[in-house]
Design a protein around this ligand. Structure first.
Ligand code: IFM
Length: 747
């Protein structure tokens, strides 16, 4: 293994291509030692060998899949893994969280930002070997160049998005002059040839927003015929106003003052702190471990601790779903961040809180009290779900989720409660979170209708299973609505620590006495809401009439995951019991305490064979529930399917960005499914654990933070080691124990 030089003077003229180069390019400093459980390799992969042909064959534009996988983001700005020589032409290479622009047909969509990482290299350079090191978020690229002689480096680069200062991006490249594009080669050694002008680039959107990008490029000689390029870029972007370019310039000045090596040191410190606060490892299984860390890495990269975080279904890694925020954010991404990065979870909630008024407007538009959150949300919080799309035959079809997929309102309330349950933060629920719980409960109370027998119903909805539209009394929606009503009632009835505002009102809506009366009404509604549960079978009926549909099992159509709506056609699938994704089972996933005792097994037994996993988020949900039901080996099988969703582009849609809900599902399948962490209430007085491992695993390690205490868990079949950073009460397999640092084995 040949050493790479660290400074311009020391850089050899021809550096051999080395799989494990000990130094990053351009004097950036030592590389971290290669570790397959931390490093995602694209190109020549020491774990898999050559890139699996199957993946490439299935996905014609595999390079766009790589761009999603290799995205580096800091919660504010995301840069897809575009090649430096192609970056300038790619309109979706760089995205900003919440930086939307109006677009016909989709309401708002993520707007492209000026690209910062483009370099004028020769076009046929090839992508080389790229490694995303999840430990510090540094993406490196090493390309041999024929002109340099076989096996020698023509180009190498290191790129990262500064987790410590969101909106600041760094690229350091070292290259042979032979890889510069023709027109530039004569001047390539001159520092000015590649330097961008000092004035920030300003872009405006049609919606009154804008973005400023400032960048600095330093070019220096790196030895005979070699140059080093150091680039730092900073962004300020807003969907609502055009930022002063000076803000980007100021941030740039500060970052350039620190310099790439200093920024890298900050980056490593921040990520090492992050990994100490939240990590997963399956002992002896580097591939699974890497997939879990890949999930944690990208989830953390999708939100920042800044005021609010709009986390789209694909985060900052791609343009699919126009960057819209769906329940994916609330019930799949937020729970992970609540356990590993509380401030980022809080900032996701702020996004919803800041759009409560829009949700109230929508409810009012329906002639109802309360707040109804949109199925797809962007800048204003108005519903931006497209009303139609094109099917596989080129036919225009109606999209009805925006009108009918109402459960998102309860999902948002669940996210607020769940955040408080992980953090132990009643103050959040009693303060900023309270109007959200109250207004969403009001919506459900206004939405229900009573029948002659005084049973309450919610009609005309779509549940998570989007194959069946416009159904009545969807069990998941009703159970979630009931849960929302009861939690809001509890909050209103709870003696308050904080002084009430003038006039005895909490949010300007109702005096205290009336609120309590309202809470009593919510409890009545919750009790009257039908949920489709049949005590004789122990099963919930997914919606009224589901059991009368044609009882088709997915195994008769093919091997899941499959798009059964494409196999059977939209109308035919709706006439069968084939479902797209967990629906009834989603209730067990989110609110097990709101489901009938001991009924998970019967519902899993019934619904799993009917589930096509036509949505990417479905396999991980089932993995979690199967583990809870004690079917751990089947759980691991589905976890392996979920792992492949993005890493193997299982659904051929990763080119549009990573499926964040699936990534969140992977974490949850391990932490809730296998570790058995149950976190239900902010006043839980113990961290409840109930580990169950599949046969193939002998040890599972998890680091997370519960109620402000950082804890490392090592789960084995018969025992758990608990290492908290402060005294902690745990309940393991039903037995309570107080654990003091430095921790101990239990069981
Ligand atoms: O939100 C999901 C939905 O549940 C199923 N279709 C894909 C959406 C975006 O991930």
């Amino acid at each position: 293994m040949a050493a790479r030089a660290r400074s311009a003077e020391e850089t050899p003229a021809r550096a051999p291509v080395d799989v494990e180069a000990p130094f990053l390019p351009g004097g950036l400093g030592p590389a971290l030692a290669f570790d397959p459980s931390w490093c995602l390799v694209v190109g020549e992969d020491p774990v898999h060998g050559a890139e699996p042909a199957l993946r490439r064959a299935r996905t014609p534009d595999w390079s766009r899949v790589e761009q999603s996988l290799l995205c580096v983001a800091d919660g504010v700005i995301g840069t897809r893994g575009v090649l430096e020589e192609e970056a300038g032409e790619d309109l979706s290479a760089v995205a900003g969280a919440g930086y939307y622009e109006p677009a016909p047909g989709v309401g708002d969509r993520l707007a492209g930002l000026p690209v910062w990482c483009d370099l004028p290299l020769v076009r046929d350079l090839g992508s080389g070997r790229r490694v995303l090191d999840l430990r510090d978020g540094v993406l490196t690229r090493t390309v041999a160049h024929d002109g340099d002689g076989a096996g020698e480096v023509g180009f190498s680069s290191a790129r990262f998005a500064c987790a410590e200062r969101p909106g600041t991006e760094v690229l350091v490249a070292e290259l042979s002059t032979a890889v510069l594009a023709e027109a530039l080669s004569a001047d390539a050694l001159s520092a000015d040839a590649l330097s961008a002008g000092a004035a920030p680039t300003l872009r405006r959107t049609a919606g009154g927003g804008g973005a400023a990008m400032a960048r600095s490029t330093e070019v220096r000689a790196g030895g005979p015929s070699r140059i080093v390029v150091e680039r730092v870029a900073t962004y300020v972007a807003s969907a609502r106003e055009v930022p002063a370019p000076s803000r980007a310039a100021e941030a740039l000045g500060s970052a350039v003052g620190v310099g790439p090596a200093g920024l890298l040191a900050e980056q490593r410190a921040r990520w090492s702190e992050r990994w100490a606060a939240g990590d997963l490892e399956v002992a002896g299984d580097a591939e699974m471990t890497r997939a879990l860390r890949f999930a944690l890495f990208h989830l953390r990269s999708s939100a920042s601790w800044r005021h609010e975080s709009a986390v789209g279904a694909r985060g900052l890694s791609g343009p699919a779903y126009a960057g819209h925020v769906l329940w994916d954010a609330d019930v799949f991404v937020l729970p992970v961040l609540a356990a590993v990065d509380r401030r980022a979870a809080r900032s996701m909630l702020q996004y919803r809180l800041d759009r409560l008024e829009a949700a109230q407007r929508r409810a009012a538009g329906e002639g109802r009290r309360g707040a109804r959150y949109p199925w797809e949300s962007a800048t204003t919080g108005d519903d931006v779900t497209p009303r139609s799309g094109i099917d596989q035959h080129g036919k225009t079809v109606a999209i009805r989720t925006g009108d009918l997929e109402a459960h998102v309102t309860a999902d948002v309330a669940w996210a607020a409660w769940h955040y408080a349950s992980w953090s132990g933060d009643w103050a959040f629920l009693e303060g900023p979170g309270r109007p959200l719980l109250v207004e969403t409960a009001r919506y459900w109370a206004a939405r229900i209708c009573y029948d002659d027998a005084r049973r309450a119903h919610i009609s005309r909805v779509i549940g998570p299973d989007e194959y069946h539209e416009d159904v009545d009394d969807n069990a998941f929606t009703n159970l979630m609505a009931r849960w929302n009503l009861l939690r809001a009632a509890e909050l209103v009835e709870r003696p308050r620590a904080a002084p009430r505002k003038a006039g005895g009102r909490v949010d300007g809506s109702a005096p205290e006495g009336r609120e309590r009366e309202e809470a009593a009404h919510w409890r009545e509604v919750a009790a009257a809401l039908v949920d489709g549960y049949d005590p004789t079978t122990g099963r919930y009926e997914q919606f009224t009439g589901f059991s009368r549909l044609e009882p088709v099992l997915v195994s008769t159509l093919g091997t899941p995951p499959l798009a059964a709506d494409l196999v059977l056609g939209h109308d035919k699938v709706a006439a069968t019991q084939v479902i797209k994704q967990a629906d009834v089972l989603m209730a067990y996933y989110l609110i097990p305490e709101g489901t009938a005792a001991e009924s998970l097994a019967a519902n899993l037994q019934y619904y799993l064979p009917r589930t096509a996993h036509g949505s990417s988020l479905s396999p991980a949900v089932h993995a979690s529930l199967l583990a809870r039901a004690g079917r751990c080996d089947e759980a691991l099988d589905l976890l392996s399917v979920a792992r492949a969703v993005d890493l193997d582009d299982l659904t051929a849609t990763t080119a549009g960005g990573l499926h964040l809900a699936n990534l969140g599902g992977l974490w949850r399948a391990v932490v809730h499914g296998f570790v058995g962490a149950q976190v239900q209430r902010p006043d839980d007085d113990a961290l409840v654990l109930d580990p169950r491992l599949p046969d193939a695993w002998h040890e599972l390690r998890a680091a997370l933070t519960w109620h402000g205490t950082r804890v490392q868990l090592t789960c084995r079949r018969e025992s758990v080691r608990v290492v908290p950073d402060a005294p902690l009460t745990v309940q393991v397999h039903g037995a309570r124990a107080r654990v003091e640092p430095p921790g101990r084995w239990i069981g």
